[in-house]
Design a protein around this ligand. Sequence first.
Ligand SMILES: Nc1nc2c(ncn2[C@@H]2O[C@H](COP(=O)(O)OP(=O)(O)O)[C@@H](O)[C@H]2O)c(=O)[nH]1
Ligand SMILES: [Mg+2]
Length: 240
Amino acid sequence: MESQDPAVVEAVKASGESTLEKAIAKAKETFDQLMNVSLNIAVTGKTGSGKSSFINALRGLNDEDDGAAPTGVTETTMEPTMYEHPAVPNVKIWDLPGIGSPNFKANKYLKDVKFHTYDFFIILNSERFMENDVMLAKEIKKQNKNFYFVRSKIENDILAEQRKKGFDEQNILCKIRKDCQKNLKELGDPKVFLISSFELEKYDFKIFQNTLEEEVPDHKRSALQQAWPVCSSHIIMYLL
Ligand SMILES: Nc1nc2c(ncn2[C@@H]2O[C@H](COP(=O)(O)OP(=O)(O)O)[C@@H](O)[C@H]2O)c(=O)[nH]1
Ligand SMILES: [Mg+2]
């Protein structure tokens, strides 16, 4: 199975093996090991956007339950805190402090929360698209990583709009979704989910859960490609 493709020849050379078969075997071993390691997902966004409440919802906990992430109307998350995903092994969800509070000013935030150490991100936003969302998305893109965009507290938007004449829930949801997508188009074009951590049966919460569970292998693969430059995409292609 010798390939003439210069990129493959180069990748075999970089692997330190003499043949493509051996390079694939070595890549597979490392790949299997790495697929068993953790995927670190950081939940980030503005302070008070609902990050900790969202993580509790993902873990099937109420905010007051033992072991739940502290939530509240004042700043409660003072350092990155890890929670295991309840259904997917090796997935760690990190509850990050909020960006933009006096304790975590935007200009120092990335360093303070060790932003570069996570593999995948969820940006949570509870209102209009803001400058800090752009900054976070750009930073994730710069690191060649990916994120989902979650627009939270969506039931509040519905409640406010209900007071207007000609209210149409689907219309409002569609408008918010399109606005998020428009703002994110140049910033990685991520999947957008509209959720309420208080009404999990409504909106996109279930879709979010399913998407995350289905896409964990993809996210691990991308993390692997970031972490292991020798394993070029040409070799990985043979493994999948
Ligand atoms: N209406 C509404 N309030 C929410 C929702 N999620 C969180 N909150 C409230 O928003 C406030 C901040 O939530 P928290 O999870 O602590 O935000 P964090 O600072 O991003 O971690 C708390 O009072 C929560 O109860 C939601 O989906 N809908
Ligand atoms: Mg919090």
